[in-house]
Design a binder for this molecule. Structure first.
Ligand SMILES: [Ca+2]
Ligand SMILES: [Ca+2]
Length: 216
């Protein structure tokens, strides 16, 4: 989540200083007051405190005055963080994982729900979220092509100048090893159970996933 969270780094700094501008606090309260019910519900549904949600909401509104994030915003954010590669495909997959209702836009609720899982969720919750990201067509399974597409998108995003040691065939090898380990019953698809099981029993897979999570 580094890239998306980077957008909110200034907010986190403010959060650590309770004696911040009174005007800013009042402004924040005014904005939050438009949706007090939603906020309490979100406090119950996420691992964020009310105060944290207020800060996040203010940041969200600043960055996206319309109240929703579209795919283009994701692409712009990721392009800034990965200037040497092409992040557009990965940003597209990531957007679809945030956009759980497939509405074509990510609301504040969607955004903090995902952030809560990625930053403060259990290992199990994070893995479920990652499974959904890899399941590109959202049919409940990961096939080899989907895994290939995700890994390629990550390599594209990193850019070949960042990792000059990588060879052309590296993504394919990477996926072959991953997929063989995960597809326990060798039926050509990885189910959520297979995914959870292999991730939790294999330190190498877990480490690779964590590496990938750093670019979320
Ligand atoms: Ca699928
Ligand atoms: Ca299988």
């Amino acid at each position: 989540m580094g890239a998306v969270m980077g957008t909110f780094s200034s907010l986190q700094t403010k959060q650590r200083r309770p004696s911040k501008d009174k005007i800013e606090d009042e402004l924040e309260m005014t904005m939050v007051c438009h949706r007090p019910e939603g906020l309490e519900q979100l406090e119950a549904q996420t691992n964020f405190t009310k105060r944290e949600l207020q800060v996040l909401y203010r940041g969200f509104k600043n960055e996206c005055p319309s109240g929703v994030v579209n795919e283009e915003t994701f692409k712009q954010i990721y392009a800034q963080f990965f200037p040497h590669g092409d992040a557009s495909t990965y940003a597209h997959y990531l957007f679809n994982a945030f956009d759980t209702t497939q509405a074509g836009s990510v609301k504040f609720e969607d955004f903090v729900t995902a952030l809560s899982i990625l930053l403060r969720g259990t290992v199990h919750e994070k893995l479920r979220w990652t499974f959904n990201l890899y399941d590109i067509n959202k049919d409940g399974y990961i096939n080899k092509e989907e895994m290939m597409d995700i890994v390629k998108a990550i390599y594209d995003m990193m850019g070949k100048y960042t990792y000059p040691v990588l060879k052309e065939d590296t993504p394919r090898q990477h996926v072959d090893v991953f997929f063989q380990k995960m597809d326990k019953n060798k039926d050509g698809i990885v189910t959520l159970d297979e995914f959870l099981e292999s991730c939790q029993e294999d330190d190498n897979i877990m480490r690779s996933l964590q590496l990938f999570q750093n670019v979320m």
